[in-house]
Design a protein around this ligand. Structure first.
Ligand code: FMN
Length: 311
């Protein structure tokens, strides 16, 4: 009997699917493994390329993890008993993207993931650690067995990737902005080399034991943690929570009453990225020395698939 693997993902630019295809190529090449892909589809999908208003209008619901309506999953998929489930998602506003969060909060997710080994594959700019904690919490509440995580990011300097991703998201082209900036997103090389993660995944699938999978994925460089980004991610989460609640209190997505507040958030974000973030990074560099052992411990935790249950 073939081993069945279900891959559930969302993508706007196609980058998530490219990564998954490459990563899973060792499984696809094995005649004893059957792969089924399901792309999450919001009933009203988010635009790509984005326009300025839609981009910011997605913020409150993304951050507050409020689901949108998504197309139902085929019964054929819902009725199968999968050996392994792979979830591919992207980060929107330090949280799982709205389409992916909507899937995780659905009844279908409970039905498919409960008691199953699950591997998460993240693709984003570079700030994903707190989003993954939110995903870990949802997987924990579903009763899924989270056995692996791989994060593919843009490795360029934080501020360079801010400029290039805006160009990509607003123009729809993953090319070099002004001909001088690097290409945005996960590099072609990192996408092409993702197949190395498929090798341990296939071996563990065959064994039906995933206890050492994450360690082996880490040996292959599946997760890179930059403590300064984690520090910024945490601080930004505290401030985003206030902004998201405020804007949501003004109305639902598309409401005119939200517009001035979204504009204000837009300016705040520019200020946060270009003024606050460098100060936060500098503070972190100055203050981190006495906390080195804490940072090391925290980094180990964020590289792992453990979930610290909040008291
Ligand atoms: C509305 C929006 C918000 C985003 N917020 C973040 C973020 O907080 N952190 C991050 O690293 N990337 C962020 N990104 C970048 C996405 O993760 C990026 O679009 C994704 O890598 C592209 O993958 P896809 O086309 O396969 O969906 C954001 C993108 C969008 C569109």
């Amino acid at each position: 009997m073939k081993q069945k693997v279900l891959i559930i993902y969302y993508t706007q630019t196609g980058q998530q699917r490219e990564i998954l295809d490459r990563l899973l190529s060792p499984l696809a090449a094995d005649a004893a493994v059957e792969l089924t892909f399901h792309q999450i589809k919001p009933v009203v999908d988010y635009p790509f390329p984005w326009d300025g208003h839609s981009f910011f209008d997605a913020f409150p619901e993304s951050f507050l993890q409020l689901p949108c309506e998504i197309e139902p999953i085929d019964n054929e998929i819902l009725q199968q008993d999968y050996d392994l489930i792979i979830l591919g998602y992207q980060v929107w506003y330090l949280s799982p993207s709205i389409p992916f969060n909507s899937f995780l909060k659905s009844e279908a997710a409970r039905r498919l993931l409960h008691g199953k080994p699950v591997i998460t594959v993240i693709n984003c700019r570079n700030m994903w650690v707190m989003a993954q904690e939110k995903v870990k919490r949802l997987l924990y509440s579903i009763g899924a067995n989270h056995v692996g995580n791989i994060a593919r990011v843009d490795r360029h300097l934080n501020h360079v990737s801010v400029i290039t991703i805006v160009h990509w998201m607003m123009n729809g082209r993953k090319d070099a902005y002004l001909g001088i900036f690097p290409k945005p997103g996960v590099s072609d090389k990192d996408i092409a080399e993702s197949d190395r993660f498929g090798v341990p995944i296939l071996a563990h699938l065959k064994r039906g034991d995933y206890s050492t999978l994450q360690d082996e994925l880490l040996e292959q460089g599946a997760v890179m943690i930059r403590p300064v980004l984690v520090f910024t991610d945490k601080r930004a989460n505290t401030l985003f929570a206030k902004w998201a609640k405020l804007i949501r209190s003004k109305g639902l997505p598309g409401a005119d009453a939200r517009k001035p507040w979204l504009k204000a958030f837009n300016y705040y974000l520019l200020f946060a990225i270009w003024v606050l973030a460098p100060i936060v990074s500098l503070l972190f560099l100055i203050l981190h020395l006495p906390f080195l052992s804490f940072i090391r411990k925290e980094t180990r935790y964020y590289k792992s698939v453990y979930f610290k249950i909040p008291r």
